[in-house]
Design a protein around this ligand. Structure first.
Ligand code: NI
Length: 258
């Protein structure tokens, strides 16, 4: 039996799973996916995430509002989020951060709620899941100013340079690697995968998005993670078993699971 896999970042609340969510989530432990962390990206998906954690023993959750959705936040639903973060199987605040690719809403709004959610995680004693797209510097500056080295967490779907990777690693963060590392043209991500120490990598799907080769473009699920493991093993010139073991242990440390 191969060492079991932890998917540290999934969106099984997504409507693309409406037809077969139950079937899919039920069989995951039988196909070597030991545990899944479903990640909120809005108030609504944070609610669905909590429901999924209650229904499936192997599903844990994160609650938070993605930068592109921060316009929906106000003091009232932020209060709700604070309560949601206290739920038993909620292991992180996320995904939170900055997205300058879509660049909406206004950057000041994104920054404000990024900081508020960092503060929330700190108060709850939870790690954070960072979403950062074309906003490396600002993300890093805000994390630094808010002493995220004391909070910990993961930069999910890491897409920046080796130089940026070093900065986030120095802050004590894990880097999330997923399907993109298998893409032929993903030179930078492959460089980062080579550079980052094995004890700082966690596996993620971001499903239904970012399916690895040979399923690129199709709906993703945790069952595709062996392709990501294979690629990381090749890049680092180690065995797949070593990747499985290390990333499982890293995920447990990241989310403080025993
Ligand atoms: Ni995500």
């Amino acid at each position: 039996m191969e060492y079991p896999i932890i998917d540290t970042h999934a969106h099984y609340d997504d409507e693309q799973f409406d037809k077969d969510r139950e079937k899919l989530l039920t069989i995951l432990p039988e196909v070597g996916i030991e545990l899944v962390v479903n990640v909120g990206a809005s108030i609504e998906s944070s609610k669905t995430t909590i429901a999924l954690t209650k229904k499936y023993p192997h599903v844990y959750g994160a609650v938070g509002v993605h930068p592109s959705n921060t316009e929906e936040l106000n003091e009232e639903n932020f209060q709700w989020l604070s309560q949601a973060a206290r739920q038993e199987k909620i292991v992180a605040v996320g995904e939170i951060g900055l997205d300058y690719y879509y660049d909406e809403p206004d950057r000041q709004i994104q920054k404000k709620w990024f900081e508020r959610q960092i503060e929330l995680a700190e108060n709850m004693g939870l790690p954070i899941i960072i979403h950062s797209r074309e906003a490396a510097r600002d993300t890093y500056e805000i994390m630094k100013a808010n002493h995220c080295e004391n909070i910990g967490g993961v930069v999910h779907c890491f897409s920046y340079s080796v130089e940026m990777a070093k900065l986030f690693l120095d802050m004590g963060f894990y880097l999330g690697l997923g399907g993109v590392v298998t893409f032929k043209n993903a030179k930078t991500v492959k460089e980062v995968a080579s550079y980052v120490p094995l004890d700082r990598i966690v596996l993620e799907t971001d499903c239904p998005y970012l399916s690895p080769v040979p399923y690129r473009g199709k709906r993703n699920s945790s069952m595709n993670l062996p392709y990501v493991i294979e690629t990381i093993a090749q890049i680092k010139e180690i065995t797949e078993e070593e990747v499985r073991r290390a990333t499982n242990e890293n995920a447990r440390k990241l989310y403080r699971l025993t």
